[in-house]
Design a protein around this ligand. Structure first.
Ligand SMILES: [Zn+2]
Length: 493
């Protein structure tokens, strides 16, 4: 048994914010990584191995990043604005992406985790992609990277059975184009995925496997149904991308004879253990169905803005009672993994619609971050109360003061980018002390990452050449979707 008492801690979370009471210093008792008592009586909860005086500093739950792609972390800065379908060609699986070895995938995950821990993020949901050729080793390297650093992670292995061209409505350009034939059988895909789930299900409580059927358009109906079946049977959470580009509405029309969310409902995918990244192009009926099933949408405002992908109907989802979480998305479409930045954008982006349109307020944004994130992970995190895991962030006393809850909420959402994060605990273990990672050779990791990045940039001209081969098709597609002429050349200037 390990036990920790944090004294003199001005505890703030979204529930305290909703109560609207002043935040004043108190004590937090942690036993074996779980918060067992908060308040003046916490001192009597156990015999403590360690006592830490927080010195009256504000303590919040660790931030939760409910959607990212760790394989993109070393590619931050890859491109400027590109429509999603074109971005995927360059950054991911569409023909001009980089290929990372298992070791490089692990390194990329580590670099992202370091940045996130130092910025106060303690839980991640990583839709990690590995080359099919070394899927098992790639996924193991990513999971091991998180286990080595001690961050909490759900790793949703990305998989699919349809090629890139099947994920876009090519028939708008070329009448002969159809949804395509799966390149692998369902068993060929799900065999390694099932083995991954088995390998990591009980290896460490902090790193858990998830299912990541890449996106609806990239999975055959049979593969998606098989994924839902495995998730329901095993309780392993599932995350996929939902309607992240307007063209996918067209794909749904062809493949599901209508609504993607209707298809999800029909196959039983709308469970509380399922989460859906982006959920931009939902119609009002689909929003109602999401809410009815408590399926979580994961909002990625920075990525959506950067790729001009559309404004997700977050106020409508929240008004309907649907849970919403927050994610950074991958570092080549954001390009940072800073969850304070995402938090702020989630509150602000809806306000472009004017003062009369509803928009999330600071506490709504914090609830998306912590409560929505908890729903995606399926673990008791995101609150500072008995029964929750001790994922805690202690903030600089010179920048944050105990006081009115509303002002702390506003300051967290609108004035913070992680510069006040001093100490970070995951599961009661201190991983960041005085803004420094504990027991990690950060310089060595970053130096190795620098070498990989230099190689990546050296290989970029060849990738851009491959991108050029698809460019006329992609431009025609975007033009037909938008009803306008497009020239991607402007994105490179
Ligand atoms: Zn994504």
């Amino acid at each position: 048994m390990t036990s920790l008492l944090i004294t003199n801690a001005a505890v703030f979370d979204a529930a305290i914010g909703r109560e609207g009471r002043d935040v004043t210093p108190t004590d937090v008792a942690v036993v074996d990584g779980e918060i067992v008592a908060v308040g003046p009586d916490a001192r009597t909860a156990a015999e403590f191995d360690e006592v830490v005086d927080a010195g009256g500093r504000v303590v919040i739950p660790g931030l939760i990043n409910a959607h990212l792609h760790s394989n993109q972390t070393l590619e931050a800065g890859l491109c400027d604005e590109l429509p999603l379908d074109a971005y995927l060609v360059l950054a991911s699986y569409g023909g001009a992406g980089a290929r990372f070895s298992p070791h490089e995938l692990g390194l990329s995950a580590k670099v992202g985790a370091l940045d996130m821990l130092l910025g106060g993020t303690t839980s991640v949901v990583d839709c990690a992609r590995s080359d099919d050729e070394w899927f098992a080793d790639g996924m193991d390297a990513v999971c091991q990277a998180y286990a080595d650093l001690g961050i909490r992670a759900g790793v949703a292995a990305q998989y699919s059975d349809l090629d890139y061209m099947s994920s876009i409505p090519g028939w708008l350009i070329d009448g002969s184009h159809t949804a395509g034939v799966p390149r692998l059988s369902v068993d060929e895909v799900m065999g390694p995925v099932g083995a991954f789930v088995t390998r990591w299900s009980s290896r460490t409580p902090l790193v858990r496997p998830m299912l990541g059927p890449s996106s609806l358009p990239r999975c055959s109906v049979e593969l998606f149904e098989s994924s839902v079946e495995l998730s329901r049977g095993s309780g392993v959470p599932l995350q996929t991308h939902l309607l992240s580009a307007s063209g996918q509405v067209e794909v749904a029309r062809q493949r599901y004879a209508g609504s993607t969310v209707g298809f999800l409902e029909k196959v039983g995918a709308l469970e509380a253990t399922s989460s859906f990244a982006h959920a931009i192009w939902l119609d009002p009926r689909e929003i109602g169905i999401m809410a009815e099933h408590a399926a979580v949408a994961v909002h990625n405002p920075a990525s959506n803005l950067k790729l001009s992908a559309g404004l997700a109907p977050i106020p409508d989802l929240l008004a309907a009672g649907a849970p919403v979480a927050l994610g950074s998305d991958g570092a080549s479409s954001n390009d940072s993994l800073n969850m304070f930045e995402t938090l702020k954008l989630s509150a602000l982006v809806q306000r472009v619609r004017g003062p009369l349109a509803p928009s999330p307020k600071a506490l709504d944004a914090l609830e998306m971050l912590w409560d929505g994130g908890r729903a995606v992970l399926g673990q008791p995190v995101g609150r500072i109360a008995p029964g929750y895991r001790a994922d805690l962030v202690i903030l600089d006393r010179l920048r944050f003061s105990p006081g009115p809850a509303a002002q702390i909420a506003n300051q967290l959402v609108f004035a913070e980018l992680g510069q006040s994060v001093e100490d970070v605990y995951v599961d009661g273990r201190r991983l960041v002390a005085g803004r420094q990672l504990v027991g990690v050779d950060e310089a060595a990791i970053r130096d190795e990452a620098r070498e990989v990045r230099e190689r990546l940039w050296a290989g970029l001209p060849e990738r851009l050449q491959r991108f050029e081969e698809r460019r006329p098709f992609l431009e025609s597609l975007e033009a037909s979707l938008a009803g306008i002429e497009l020239d991607f050349a402007r994105y490179w200037s």
